[in-house]
Ligand binder design. Structure first.
Ligand code: PLP
Length: 442
């Protein structure tokens, strides 16, 4: 476990007290979740109390997992127990409660490191989410490395979180934003990508899985190609880590970002993975408590990684909850999750393809569990409103990816994003709902 330098937890008494308290709290936190049969999807679905409720008089069908996934009871119970029995500030207390809170909070770092196969704990920076992670890289790495005439390469299918932070730093430094185009299936044009790379390119920032189209991008190829010119690559993995096995070392990514709330964890918590060498050379993004080594009015020196980038009191309960969320996903198995979601995606695509006057937007050969679609002559917002009246939650609009909508010259889409706890019945309810929408609008 990575210890904060301010803590001296080596004392035997402290260790013993920690252990006793840890055992007691573990006992208290026994949850009702018991995933023994790993592929018993009905049982797994029952771990999500939110799915048991009625919405507008109908059983809720939740197909907005791309925006935020739901939380199993084990995670909310863990956060509840933390608030009730374990809360104290982290990294700064000599007292046992603070040390226990620190251990519980830091346990997420170890689990994230293992989840994505990072090289060390120093490479795992806690942030408030993908957006915050990308802003950190743009403001820290970008500010100290970009200059007038440089180019930052993003793709046409980025979430705004992987466009706007680069635009902001480009404006400040005089760098320019360049865009890798995509075809009408929603696949990146790799020839264009190769052609856009030049000595001016100082960063490539690309989404791993598109939240609006579901496209799985060839990020390994993108990274390898950029590295031939020593260009660092940031991968926005917000929609990839929840649904597939990601190995940052095998990919070779310089930076990789994701959010806890899309992977059964709480909001307000996320991860920036960065290669240690790059992070060490980067200046802090925010100043304050916890990120310092020594402060005088003349000069301040920085704490070691990862704390250098983690100023102030963090969202401790969210970190603790995320640690349990990773346990939960691991217990099911990321590969099993990916397989189940693929099965449901194929089922949904087959059903939706049979509906007349429905067009799927985003038909890439390699897709994750997102289906964006349009109904002829019906505005997505109107259709989404009717679906909601039938208890079916889908996202409507531009999905924070307006350039994608500009590409297709559409105002937005309806988006069903599927998770492993959905089932075939959810898809059938969606199909019925769409038929009702069509009937309503004649
Ligand atoms: N990138 C992608 C691909 C996303 O889907 C999202 C959220 O939907 C984000 C970035 C932003 O994530 P957050 O709002 O958690 O910072």
């Amino acid at each position: 476990m990575l210890r904060h330098p301010e803590l001296d937890s080596e004392s035997v008494a402290v260790k013993m007290l920690n252990q006793v308290q840890h055992d007691l709290i573990n006992e208290m936190n026994q949850t009702t979740t018991d995933i023994t049969a790993k592929t018993n999807w009905a049982k797994i679905r029952a771990d999500f109390p939110v799915l048991e409720q009625q919405m507008n008089g109908k059983p809720l069908v939740y197909l907005d997992n791309g925006a935020s996934s739901q939380m199993p009871k084990s995670v909310s119970d863990r956060m509840d127990a933390y608030h009730k029995h374990e809360h104290a500030n982290v990294h700064r207390g000599i007292h046992s409660l603070s040390q226990h809170a620190t251990d519980a909070y830091e346990s997420a770092r170890t689990k994230v490191k293992e989840l994505i196969n990072a090289g060390s704990l120093e490479e795992i920076i806690y942030t408030t989410g993908t957006t915050d992670s990308i802003n950190l890289v743009a403001q820290s790495y970008g500010r100290s490395n970009f200059k007038a005439g440089d180019e930052i390469l993003v793709s046409e299918m980025e979430h705004h979180a992987n466009i706007v932070p680069w635009q902001m730093i480009a404006e400040e430094t005089g760098a320019a934003l360049k865009v890798i185009p995509m075809n009408d299936k929603g696949e990146l044009l790799m020839d264009e990508f190769h052609a856009l790379l030049s000595d001016k390119t100082k960063m490539v920032a690309v989404v791993h899985v598109s939240n609006a189209l579901g496209t799985i991008n060839p990020v390994k190829e993108i990274i390898e190609t950029a590295h031939q010119r020593d260009i660092p690559v940031l991968i926005d993995g917000a929609q990839a880590v929840p649904h597939s096995k990601v190995d940052v070392q095998a990919l070779g990514a310089d930076f990789y970002t994701f959010s806890a709330h899309k992977m059964c964890g709480p909001t307000g918590f996320g991860i920036l993975y960065g290669k240690k060498k790059l992070l060490e050379a980067m200046p802090p993004y925010r100043g304050g408590g916890d990120m310092i080594d020594k402060v005088t009015f003349e000069k301040t020196t920085w704490n070691d990684l990862p704390h250098k980038f983690e100023a102030g009191t963090p969202p401790i309960a969210a970190g603790v909850g995320f640690s349990t969320a990773i346990d939960y996903l691991n217990e099911i198995g990321i590969e099993a999750i990916a397989e189940r979601e693929h099965e449901l995606l194929e089922y949904a695509a087959e059903k939706l393809n049979q509906i007349e006057k429905l067009t799927i937007v985003g038909t890439a050969d390699k897709k994750a569990s997102v289906i964006s679609f349009l109904l002829d002559g019906i505005h997505p917002t109107d259709a989404g409103t009717i679906l909601d009246q039938h208890g079916i939650a889908v996202r409507t609009g531009h999905h924070c990816a307006q350039p994608i909508m500009q590409h297709f010259d559409i105002p937005g889409t309806l988006r069903a994003s599927i998770s492993f706890y959905n089932n075939e019945e959810d898809i059938e309810r969606l199909v019925e709902g769409i038929e009702l929408v069509k009937k309503f609008f004649g």
